[in-house]
Design a protein around this ligand. Sequence first.
Ligand code: ADP
Ligand code: MG
Length: 158
Amino acid sequence: SPYPIALLGPVQKGFGRGGKDLGCPTANLPDDSITPISTVATTGVYYGFAQILPPEGVEGFEKDDLEVLPMVMSLGWNPFYKNERLTAEIHILHPFKRDFYGFEMRALVLGYIRPELDYTTLEALIEDIETDKKVALNCLERPGYQKYKRDPQFVLIE
Ligand code: ADP
Ligand code: MG
C-alpha cells in the first residue's frame, strides 16, 4: 500500500469554484507539495487526517481548530491549466469560524474513496460529498488509524 502519504504546504487561494457555496470549502495545496501523491496519481476522492498551523501571533483559533482532524481530499486534473496540472484540495471535517489562507497545512492521506464522477445535478454532487464525509469518518474511527494522529508529520498540542 502506498499509504500513508504525507503532504504539506501553505494553503493557497483556489479559483473559487464554489466550495463554500456547497458547504464544502476546500483548502488548496501548492503544486510543488503534491509530488508525494503524484506516484499514485489516481484522481478522485481520498480520506485522511489534516492539521493547520497558524503563524505566530494569529488570533481567533481555538485549541480544537489546531488538532489533527479528519479530512476528505479531492485530487484532480485542473481545467484551469488545460488539465496539465494535478490539484489537491482538502476539506477538513471541522467547523472553522474563519479562513486560514497562507497557514501551513499538514496532511496524511490514508486511503481512496472513489473516482471522479460526472454529476447531472448539483443535488447529486452534494449528496455524494456528504457520503464521502461519512465514509471518511467511519474509516478513520477504526482503532488501526488512530496511531496516524500521532504521526511525526503532525504537531502535538497540549
Ligand atoms: P478557494 O477556491 O480559494 O479554495 P473555497 O471556497 O474552496 O475557496 O474555500 C477554501 C478556504 O476556506 C480554505 O483555504 C480555508 O481558508 C477556508 N476553510 C474554512 N473552513 C474550511 C474547512 N473546513 N476545510 C477547508 N477549508 C476551510
Ligand atoms: Mg477550494
